[in-house]
Design a protein around this ligand. Sequence first.
Ligand SMILES: CC(C)(COP(=O)(O)OP(=O)(O)OC[C@H]1O[C@@H](n2cnc3c(N)ncnc32)[C@H](O)[C@@H]1OP(=O)(O)O)[C@@H](O)C(=O)NCCC(=O)NCCS
Length: 153
Amino acid sequence: MKVITKPINISFRKLCVSDAKSLFDIESVNTRHPWSVSNFESSLADCGTISDGLLVEGRLVGYALALVALDTADLLNIGIHPNYKRLGYGKLLLNQLLEQLQVIVVSDLFLEVGVKNHIAINFYQSQGFRVINTREKYYSNLEDAKIMKLHIS
Ligand SMILES: CC(C)(COP(=O)(O)OP(=O)(O)OC[C@H]1O[C@@H](n2cnc3c(N)ncnc32)[C@H](O)[C@@H]1OP(=O)(O)O)[C@@H](O)C(=O)NCCC(=O)NCCS
């Protein structure tokens, strides 16, 4: 019997303040120290924030937020809903964000990641980020952070 598989419909869109609750719902099942709804709201309301949402079959399953300052940017947050992880969607989302940053001539993207978040560190390294420093007791739970950098163009 011939098996016919339907192509998966993937799309991206800019996020807005009204998406904050949906992002929180993903974040709260993804991490033990999630951003609050108001953290998402204020970040999305900031005119320096570049955002991308990833939709699978019309459902918002991932987000990426970066704050731009002149020719550099800080990746503030990225997350993929647990049911959609390890399918290449994080990579697609990051690439979508990088395309937007290139258009506005951002040359370097920085981020902070908890030293124990090995999955995220692997993810970032697989996408070309390099560790440039460590910040001690960076997070409210006193976990250290690695500072990572990606040269974009
Ligand atoms: C980090 C995160 C966004 C990755 O999203 P994802 O869609 O699962 O990642 P991808 O499928 O695009 O993976 C790309 C590469 O990252 C690495 N990677 C991703 N998940 C990994 C895992 N669980 N273990 C090891 N490496 C992993 C691999 O190199 C992978 O390539 P491969 O599948 O060809 O081996 C996702 O795990 C997530 O939402 N984590 C929780 C939130 C978080 O910690 N965000 C970072 C805050 S600093």
